[in-house]
Design a protein around this ligand. Structure first.
Ligand code: SAM
Length: 211
């Protein structure tokens, strides 16, 4: 099976082992080789989705809205290969590091906003974004994805990481994932799901398209 990676993402050798990599300034102490830096799938759900061969359909150059940017670990890799990348994070402390990651990335636009209130950033984010990436690890993950669907172009897609324990620590993750899937289907057609277990305990990766 030939591997589908976006333009700007390559497998490269770091200390003798092949790793996913993008070109940009390092952000989280990751190994570098020349202008390339390793993308650690244990620190990144989207990195794990790519490692697992999920069909993200990312080509490179897309407009991205990224929800739950934290200190910029994953979104910095995204901004290395994507087009304009709007990064929403509501916690001030990680957002400071996110601002630093954006300094060397002219296409990365940090927004200190609450992803449950898309109307507060609708005037900044261009409509018709190609890809909505979400990793908010908070209760109501399906609802956040549904409320931000308005930004997605018709042919766009959602790349979502669902953390079961953020919904309910006491329930079986499979039951939580079934409920999240059902709720998501109010606004999305689910294309693929895969447990990210090799890299992230009790997380589900979801690829979906707006209905
Ligand atoms: N995606 C990040 C990465 O791979 O580098 C890690 C994200 S961490 C698991 C989840 C982040 O979502 C936290 O930084 C948290 O503050 C943020 N978050 C949770 N709820 C949010 C909301 N309603 N709006 C914006 N950010 C939110």
């Amino acid at each position: 099976m030939s591997e589908q990676l976006p333009d700007g993402v390559e497998r490269r050798a770091f200390d003798g082992s092949e790793r996913l990599a993008t070109r940009g300034e390092p952000v989280y102490g990751e190994p570098t080789e020349g202008e390339w830096r390793a993308w650690n799938p244990n620190r990144s759900k989207l990195g794990a989705m790519l490692e697992l061969g999920m069909d993200t359909s990312l080509d490179g150059g897309e407009t991205v809205l990224y929800l739950g940017a934290a200190s910029g670990t994953t979104v910095s890799h995204v901004a290395d290969f994507a087009g304009p990348t709007y990064a929403v994070e509501f916690a001030a402390r990680p957002a400071r590091d996110l601002l630093e990651a954006a300094e060397s990335r002219p296409r990365l636009f940090p927004l200190l906003k609450d992803a449950r209130k898309p109307e507060t950033y609708a005037h900044v984010v261009e409509s018709d974004v190609d890809v909505l990436v979400q990793d908010v690890a908070t209760r109501g993950q399906a609802r956040v994805a549904l409320e931000n669907r308005r930004f997605l172009a018709d042919g766009g897609q959602l790349l979502l990481a669902v953390k079961a324990r953020s919904e309910d620590v006491t329930r079986d993750p499979d039951d939580v994932f079934a409920d999240v899937r059902e709720e998501l289907e109010e606004g999305y057609e689910i294309v693929e799901t895969e447990r990210l277990e090799d890299y992230h305990t009790d997380h589900l990766g979801v690829v979906a398209r707006p209905r």
